[in-house]
Design a protein around this ligand. Structure first.
Ligand code: PLP
Ligand code: ZN
Length: 419
């Protein structure tokens, strides 16, 4: 294993891997930890050429860049769906690029993961970490996707999973949890409240805790998407990435992935990172607009449940990712999100859940406001599949036409309907 330690994002203190478990002891949950690596040693075993020839079409092709011991990585073999995480398609969306007058637009379709969201990347690594530690069970708070991913990955590893989601979580996500055999608790409160409840429960019952960003390995799983984009563009880095933001952990994960590639000497700089939040859950966007390092939590209100976060847990790294790459935060309304769901589906054939469509709405808005140059190549992170939230999709489109089965009458009505 080439991970060497941790560094606190708040105070900068460094720790040995076995010295701390989740967050910086000085700063508590404010001090999320960045995993450090020995890049020289990684370069001795991994190169862009060797990666190109790698047979694994999953995140496990990047094993040397993950904080897992070789014995732990062996558990992936034969562990069902865990083997299939990542290496999601990157589609070129020519029609979108032409309409928006951009050089190229690519859609990274992470809804194609085993449990249909980007969260598989983080939950796979966290579940393996729990099994490495010999944990009796793993737990997480989640708006839905992180939990569905954890339930699926834990099932593949035969590890008990205990899940806390807000009682308002979309039904499809709750169904995923139950079918994967997790113990599911619907919290009568928000995701932010479920988060703190999970920390307390993990401590009280001795479970391994996957909570986003609080667990330093979620970012490490999420960073693999950056490597994939770089490989899928044949060693090029796009000019700009649009990323939906709740806790900010996907954003900080992508930044980490590109920083790794810089540290390895394989790219010169990360792309410009654009964080997209829902207008009703825009704590990071507001802090960024006001030039603040500290966030001001607010109760979230948006149709995009996966980014309905009032107290973003990876705030520090997310703000830094946008600042240091010359990016920006944008906000989009629920109506813009619903419109983007339709446009993305009809223009690219990708059915996104609302939070994922927010990234596409962010691209549209950035173009409208003249924030992007015409020569740019842009990637939009589509982080979750639309089948996870059918009621929102139906809101975006309205109902279908009902006709009788009797043929002459049906043809008569079709004539009217198709006019
Ligand atoms: C979790 C999630 C996000 C946001 O990720 P954060 O790390 O919380 O910022 C965006 N889209 C989908 C579909 C998600 O499940
Ligand atoms: Zn610290």
């Amino acid at each position: 294993m080439f991970a060497t330690g941790f560094r606190c994002g708040r105070c900068g203190a460094t720790y040995e891997l076995d010295e701390v478990r989740y967050v910086c002891p000085r700063d508590g949950a404010e001090g999320t930890l960045d995993v450090l690596y020995d890049y020289e040693r990684i370069r001795a075993t991994l190169s862009p050429d060797r990666l190109r020839d790698h047979p694994s079409r999953s995140i496990w092709r990047y094993a040397p860049l993950l904080p897992l011991r070789p014995e732990t990585l062996k558990r992936v073999e034969g562990a069902g769906t865990l083997q299939a995480v990542g290496w999601t398609p990157l589609y070129r969306a020519e029609r979108t690029a032409r309409r928006l007058r951009l050089r190229a637009v690519y859609i990274k379709d992470d809804g194609r993961n085993p449990t249909a969201s980007f969260k598989d990347r983080a939950s796979a690594v966290a579940a393996l970490k729990a099994s490495e530690e010999g944990a009796s069970a793993i737990t997480t708070a989640s708006s839905g996707n992180a939990a569905a991913a954890l339930a699926g990955m834990a099932a593949a590893l035969n590890l008990p999973a205990i899940i806390f989601v807000p009682h308002t979580a979309p039904e499809a996500k709750v169904a995923q949890l139950l079918i994967y055999g997790a113990r599911v608790f619907l919290v009568e409160g928000t995701y932010d409240e479920a988060f703190d409840l999970t920390l307390a429960a993990a401590e009280a019952f001795g479970w391994y805790c996957r909570n986003t960003a609080y667990n330093p390995f979620t970012r490490e799983g999420k960073k693999t998407a950056a490597y994939e984009i770089w490989e899928q563009l044949e060693g090029q880095v796009p000019d700009r990435l649009f990323i939906p933001v709740g806790d900010g952990n996907i954003l900080s994960g992508l930044w980490k992935g590109f920083r790794d590639l810089v540290a390895l000497g394989w790219i010169e700089r990360p792309p410009i990172l654009m964080g997209v939040q829902a207008e009703g859950a825009a704590v990071l966007a507001r802090a960024w607009a006001e030039g603040r390092e500290e966030i001001q939590p607010e109760p979230p209100h948006t149709i995009a449940d996966s980014i309905a976060v009032g107290r973003p847990r990876d705030a520090r790294f997310a703000l830094r990712a946008v600042r240091e790459t010359g990016g920006a935060f944008l906000t989009v309304t629920d109506d813009e999100i619903l419109t983007a769901m339709r446009t993305l589906a009809r223009e690219v054939g990708v059915f996104a859940e609302p939070a994922a469509a927010a990234a596409f709405a962010g691209l549209e808005k950035a173009v409208r406001e003249g924030q992007i140059g015409e020569e740019e190549t842009v990637v939009v992170m589509i982080t979750g599949n639309g089948l996870k939230d059918i009621p929102s999709a139906m809101r975006a489109v309205g109902g279908a036409h009902r006709i009788p089965a009797e043929i002459p009458m049906a043809l008569q009505q079709l004539k009217g309907a198709l006019r």
